[in-house]
Design a binder for this molecule. Structure first.
Ligand code: NOJ
Length: 583
């Protein structure tokens, strides 16, 4: 079917497309892979102690393969006292016994590689655990470790003789970022918990240690790293400066991190030198992926981590705009979605590759943030856009936040805010055990308890039930994983023909192939939309339904049916994937 498109919009799209077009022949593997984040404590427990482990993950390798994801990223699996559930590392090259042994790790890597899946590890360079040997020795001023961390003398002493921290810097988790070490009679700096002292990257030895750790795991055959808390890597060298109070933050609690702005503790220029050193190491191995965790309101700061053509840095900083731009359903509209997508694409440096993140272990689950009715539509969106989707475990079955009482709360961020406020800050609700089936503890463990409670909805919301059902989130997800390999998605162009308050649409097309049109109803009401009336380009009169959200049970949209684009009906939050003949 030949289409004529209204010029201005098309040209705009094509220019953008051209700008970001990567020659398919050369595309690295992560351009086509879905990255699947496993939170190891919560995926599958083989030992029966109530906490997930490496053998458990390996036992699900077939599941991951059948799901259609290409790469598994594991949150930290290294030796840790678990003050921040693995993001406090006591030995960067040892496996945490709770998760298993190095042999278990090797077996997991082999199980994934044997199935053509890749394995990416979390690298946590900003800090170690206070139980790391380096810190224990540093606290004793033992060389060469004395200067491995950020140590500072007190600014003075208060009336009771207590030491006063060198400045007002705050921890991301609330409260002062300085803790007094009796043994050394100095403060040490920690951007996160007191049990997570910040490493001193101005010390060449520390830099070398961290590089050797990267090499250690690369030599073990892993496929890349997700790098934690990158913007926190450096602080200014002059510790005498207070950070200014943030303007209009709306934060009243003076101990809350949001109360200050952070010119001296994040995104320091030296960070990029270190990332470049890591890039160089990774480039000594064939095709290793580097993703960096970078939260920042300033999109320009985020984009710096891509580097440039002459100085490439990360393959991508995570794109958190689908989390950050809308905290709840009322912020979400077709137009707002378009703005969020554009914000990334328009700011991304030339020749770089996008990525889309709907959720992770630090945020509420996507169905709880926006409403469960949107789960399929959002999976359709991130899996069908050009770019690498990052799926948080359980998103494929539409897991939602669980209720975790104060007594059951484990997350230090939640606990720091106390009984009254923990619900606003705890990350536990999104970290509960994976729901495999309707047996005890959702099939996550054969033990008698779990480290966090299993969501009460597990009897009906689980992998087994969704595999058996005629339609389910899981079946839609698998179909999307299959579809995204087709040419119009893998190498095609993108346009957004209809964007209104309630409706959003994405067109993927490529000469010589069928075109696909995803239409989303972002509202909480049923929507009847005339796509022709709103479209900024010509669309065919009718199209065939390929996929629809589980919530839509209408006769007219059964997959395979022909629908009229002038009177398209979508239930609240629905995603409808349509197909029509070539443009
Ligand atoms: C970011 C991680 O995603 C989060 O879970 C952790 O608490 C902090 N970094 C500190 O490592």
């Amino acid at each position: 079917m030949a289409m004529s498109l209204k010029r201005p919009q098309l040209e705009e799209n094509l220019t953008a497309e051209k700008r970001h077009k990567i020659k398919r022949k050369k595309a690295p593997w992560w351009h086509s892979d879905i990255i699947y984040q496993v939170y190891p404590r919560s995926f599958c427990d083989s030992s029966g102690d109530g906490t997930g482990d490496l053998k458990g993950i390996a036992s699900k390798a077939d599941y991951l393969k059948e799901l259609g994801v290409g790469t598994v990223w594991l949150s930290p699996i290294f030796s840790s006292p678990m003050a921040d559930f693995g993001y406090d590392v006591a030995n960067f090259t040892a496996i945490e016994p709770l998760f298993g042994t190095m042999d278990d790790f090797d077996a997991l890597r082999a199980a994934l590689h044997d199935r053509g899946l890749r394995l990416v590890l979390d690298f946590v360079p900003n800090h170690s655990s206070d139980e790391h040997e380096w810190f224990v020795k540093s606290r004793r001023k033992e060389e060469p470790y004395a200067d491995y961390y950020i140590w500072a003398d007190p600014k003075g002493f208060d009336e009771e003789g207590q030491p006063i921290p060198p400045n007002n810097w705050l921890s991301v988790f609330r409260g002062p970022a300085w803790t007094w070490a009796e043994e050394r009679q100095q403060f040490y700096f920690h951007q996160f918990l007191a049990k997570q002292p910040d490493l001193n990257f101005r010390n060449q030895r520390v830099r070398d240690e961290m590089k050797n750790i990267l090499k250690f795991w690369l030599d073990k055959g892993i496929d890349g790293f997700r790098i934690d808390a990158i913007k926190h890597l450096f602080e200014v060298a002059d510790l005498s400066q207070d950070e200014p109070v943030a303007k209009n933050s709306g934060v009243e609690d003076p101990m809350d991190y949001g109360c200050l702005s952070h010119p001296f503790t994040v995104n320091q220029p030296e960070t990029f030198e270190v990332v470049k050193e890591w890039r160089d190491i990774m480039d000594q191995y064939p095709e290793k992926l580097m993703m960096v965790e970078m939260w920042d309101r300033d999109i320009g700061e985020v984009m710096k981590y891509y580097g440039s053509d002459s100085v490439p840095l990360a393959d991508f900083p995570f794109n958190f705009l689908l989390i950050d731009s809308f905290r709840n359903r009322s912020d979400l509209s077709g137009a707002a979605l378009k703005d969020a997508l554009d914000l990334w694409m328009d700011n991304m440096p030339e020749g770089k590759w996008p990525n889309w993140v709907l959720g992770n272990h630090d945020n509420g689950r996507v169905g709880s943030r926006f409403g469960e009715d949107l789960i399929d539509a959002l999976n359709m969106l991130v899996l069908l856009l050009p770019g690498t989707p990052v799926t948080y475990y359980g998103e494929e079955i539409g897991m939602v936040d669980a209720t975790v009482s104060w007594e059951e709360t484990q997350d230090p961020q939640g606990r720091h805010y106390g009984r009254e406020k923990y619900l606003e800050h705890s990350r536990d609700p999104a970290r509960t055990p994976m729901q495999w089936d309707s047996s005890a503890f959702a099939g996550f463990t054969k033990g008698k308890s779990t480290w966090l409670p299993v969501n009460k909805n597990y009897k009906t919301l689980n992998v087994q039930a969704q595999s058996r059902a005629d339609t389910s989130h899981l079946k839609i997800y698998k179909e999307l994983a299959r579809l995204r390999k087709r040419e119009p998605f893998a190498g095609g162009r993108t346009a957004y023909p209809v964007v209104t308050r309630e409706a959003f649409s994405v067109l993927r097309y490529l000469e010589g192939y069928e075109s696909y049109l995803l239409v989303m109803n972002t509202s909480e009401e049923e929507l009847e939309v005339d796509l022709h009336q709103h479209a900024n380009m010509e669309l065919p009169p009718t199209a065939e339904v390929v996929l629809r959200s589980v919530t839509d049970t209408a006769e007219a949209t059964v997959p395979g049916s022909e629908v009229n684009l002038s009177e398209l009906k979508l239930v609240a939050g629905e995603g409808l994937l349509l197909r029509f003949a070539e443009f």
